[in-house]
Design a protein around this ligand. Sequence first.
Ligand code: THG
Length: 268
Amino acid sequence: MLIIGEKLNGAIKSVAEAIRNRDGAFIRGLASRQLDSRADYLDICSGVPEGDADVLGWMIDLIQTDHPDVRFSLDSPNPDTILACLPLCKNPGIINSVSLEGDKIEKILPAVSGEKGWGVIALLLDETGMPETVEKRMESFHRIVERAAEIGVSMDRLYFDPLVFTVATSPDSFLNFIGASRKIREEYPDAHIISGLSNISHGLPSRKTLNHAFLIGAMMNGMDSAIMDPLNRDMLGGVYAAEALLGIDEYCIEYLSAYREDLFGVQK
Ligand code: THG
């Protein structure tokens, strides 16, 4: 499972404050802790419309100084921000995200087609707004696959986010998510499927309980990457446990090694 650490996001109050004060030590600490908890990529999102690219550029420089091998997930609604940050990254990362909304796909896919190693998260979203059915998601999926092929971005570089809404008001939310995941996997067995874990529980109490159930359920139905909090020990444990159950962690080697490193935070 590809783990994208979600913590460096201006939507989190303490991070917003650190960004406002340009508190480098706070940002560097969060980066190091997530990498120690086996995050493969660090999502960075400023959470502000003004000076978005400056904030991300500041974070990239800070974190790369400590961790020259770090890979970023550039998370911005503004394609120009993403394009401005791309050349600042020493290592190929992931773009978060494109969709069929606006001109993102047309701006970003051509720019990354020649950039070796860069991945792209593609939301299964079109001009008509949030998808309510599996069919709508699949329509977007096929259009994105086709456009990416024309531009020269291969399937293995795309991470499809089927989108999930809170189960508080969308009772079919999870079922639609896994419905789309399964169909994608039927058509392309190696396709990458990704999601954030927190939208499912919006407006409900004990969100981590639902997020955890979502993580396991989604993994059992083809999700192979997630934007998540690797510092949440239960959640990280869930990743390793699900991989062991799915038989993709042969002899539980990764599970055992994470346990030995005390990444699950349980008593030995
Ligand atoms: N898909 C894509 N990108 C995304 C999302 C997605 N980017 C944003 C979001 N969803 C994922 N990022 C976050 C970042 C922070 C939190 C939730 C989602 C958050 N974190 C809590 C905190 O740090 O305080 C802790 C949560 C926990 O302990 O589990 O709320 O869906 N493509």
